[in-house]
Write a protein that binds this ligand. Structure first.
Ligand code: SAM
Ligand code: SF4
Length: 334
C-alpha cells in the first residue's frame, strides 16, 4: 500500500485510551482528561476488526500506545487477537512502565515481545515534577520486570527538553551494563501547554542530537569511558525506525536519537495512527483525520477499507509548519 508520494504504509500505531496514570506536564492537563462515554471509544473487538482490515491493506507492524495503554481493560486480549492476524509481523507497546511489574508476565504470555518505556529523567524529584504524581522507583521496577521477562529489545525513550536541564550522560550510562536501548526524542509541537517549566513547546526547547552526543562524550571522558560510536546495521535493535544509533565501546545496549524536528524523516514516513475515539490520523503534526468509527460499527469491511484508503490519500508529503496541534499527544498516541 503506497501513498501519493510513493511511501509504503505498513505501520499502524493504535491509541487504546487517552487516560493515564501519570500527568506529564507536556502531555496531560493536571486534572486528567474529561470523562468519555464508553460508547465514544472503540471497543477491543472493534480495534481488532479494524486491524484485520488494515493488515489486508498492507499494515505489518503495530504499536499500542495511548494515553497509557496498560490502563485500558482488555489490552492483553487485544495483543492475543492481533497476534492471530497472519499479516502482522511485529507488535510492540509504548508505556510509562508503572504497571509493568504487575503485567509483564501476562503481556509476554499474550505474545508481546518488545516494549518501549518512557522516562525523561533519572532524578526522583524531577520525575515527580514532570509526571506530577509518579514515583521513579515504580518505573525502575517496570524496566527490571521487562528485562526479567525477556522482552527484547527494551527501549527507554526520553524526550529531551532544554529547559528541563536533564542529565543525558546518566541516561546514556543505562546502556552500559544492561541491554537497554536509550533513545533521545526531540520535543515536538503537539498539543498545548499544560503549565510548568518545559510544559509548553518552544523551538528553543529542541536540543540537536549533536549537542547531546557532545555532552555525553564530555562526561564519559571524565569517567574514562570511550566515546559513542555509530552502530552498524547488524548491531541495531529491532524496530529501529527513524532513529540513529550509537554505542559506548563494550556496552550491552545502544544510545539512539530521534530528531523529527531538526531532521525531518517525512520522506520515509510509513505510518498511520488510529485514535481511541475511532479516527485515522495520517500525520502526527496535522489535525486532518478520517472518522472510521461508524464504518467499523456498520460491520461493512468495504466502508473500513475506503476509510483507510481516504486516510492514505490525505497523508501530507511533510510537516511544513511548526505549530501546535489541537489534540494533545495523549489523545493521539505518541
Ligand atoms: N503513556 C505512554 C508513555 O508515556 O510511554 C504512551 C503514550 S505517550 C503520549 C508516548 C510518548 O510520547 C512518551 O514517550 C512521551 O514522552 C512522548 N511525548 C508526549 N508529548 C511529546 C512531545 N510534545 N514531544 C515529544 N514526545 C512527546
Ligand atoms: Fe501519560 Fe505517557 Fe502522556 Fe506521560 S507521556 S501523561 S505517561 S500518556
Amino acid at each position: 500500500m503506497k501513498d501519493n508520494y510513493g511511501r509504503r504504509i505498513d505501520y499502524l500505531r493504535i491509541s487504546l485510551t487517552d487516560r493515564c496514570n501519570l500527568r506529564c506536564i507536556y502531555c496531560m492537563p493536571e486534572e486528567g482528561v474529561p470523562f468519555r462515554a464508553h460508547d465514544s471509544i472503540l471497543r477491543i473487538e472493534e480495534i481488532v476488526a479494524f486491524t484485520q482490515r488494515a493488515a489486508k491493506a498492507g499494515i505489518h507492524k503495530i504499536r499500542l500506545t495511548g494515553g497509557e495503554p496498560l490502563v485500558r481493560k482488555g489490552v492483553v486480549d487485544l495483543i492475543r487477537e492481533i497476534r492471530k492476524i497472519p499479516e502482522i509481523e511485529d507488535i510492540s507497546l509504548t508505556t510509562n512502565a508503572i504497571l509493568l511489574p504487575k503485567m509483564a508476565g501476562v503481556l509476554r504470555d499474550a505474545g508481546l515481545t518488545r516494549v518501549n518505556i518512557s522516562l525523561d529523567t533519572l532524578d526522583p524529584v524531577q520525575f515527580t515534577y514532570i509526571t506530577r504524581m509518579g514515583k521513579i522507583e515504580d518505573v525502575f521496577a517496570g524496566i527490571q520486570a521487562a528485562l526479567d521477562y525477556g522482552f527484547d529489545p527494551v527501549k527507554i525513550n526520553a524526550v529531551a527538553v532544554r529547559s528541563l536541564d536533564q542529565d543525558f550522560f546518566a541516561f546514556a550510562k543505562l546502556s552500559l551494563e544492561k541491554p537497554l536501548h536509550v533513545r533521545f526524542i526531540e520535543y515536538m509541537p503537539v498539543g498545548k501547554s499544560t503549565g510548568g517549566t518545559g510544559a509548553g513547546w518552544t523551538e528553543a526547547d529542541i536540543i540537536p542530537a549533536n549537542e547531546i552526543i557532545e555532552a555525553i562524550n564530555r562526561d564519559a571522558r571524565k569517567e574514562g569511558i570511550g566515546a559513542l560510536e555509530p552502530v552498524t546495521e547488524g548491531g541495531l535493535p529491532a524496530g529501529s525506525g527513524p532513529a540513529i544509533y550509537y554505542s559506548f565501546p563494550e556496552a550491552q545496549g545502544t544510545v539512539g536519537f530521534i530528531s523529527a524536528m531538526s531532521n525531518h524523516f517525512c520522506s520515509s514516513c510509513n505510518r498511520l495512527r488510529l485514535t481511541a475515539d475511532g479516527k485515522i490520523r495520517p500525520c502526527l503534526f496535522s489535525d486532518e483525520e478520517i472518522d472510521v468509527m461508524a464504518a467499523i460499527r456498520s460491520g461493512s469491511q468495504e466502508a473500513v477499507d475506503l476509510a483507510i484508503q481516504q486516510a492514505i490519500g490525505i497523508k501530507p508529503d511533510e510537516h511544513h509548519e511548526e505549530r501546535s496541534t489541537v489534540r494533545r499527544m495523549s489523545q493521539i498516541g505518541g
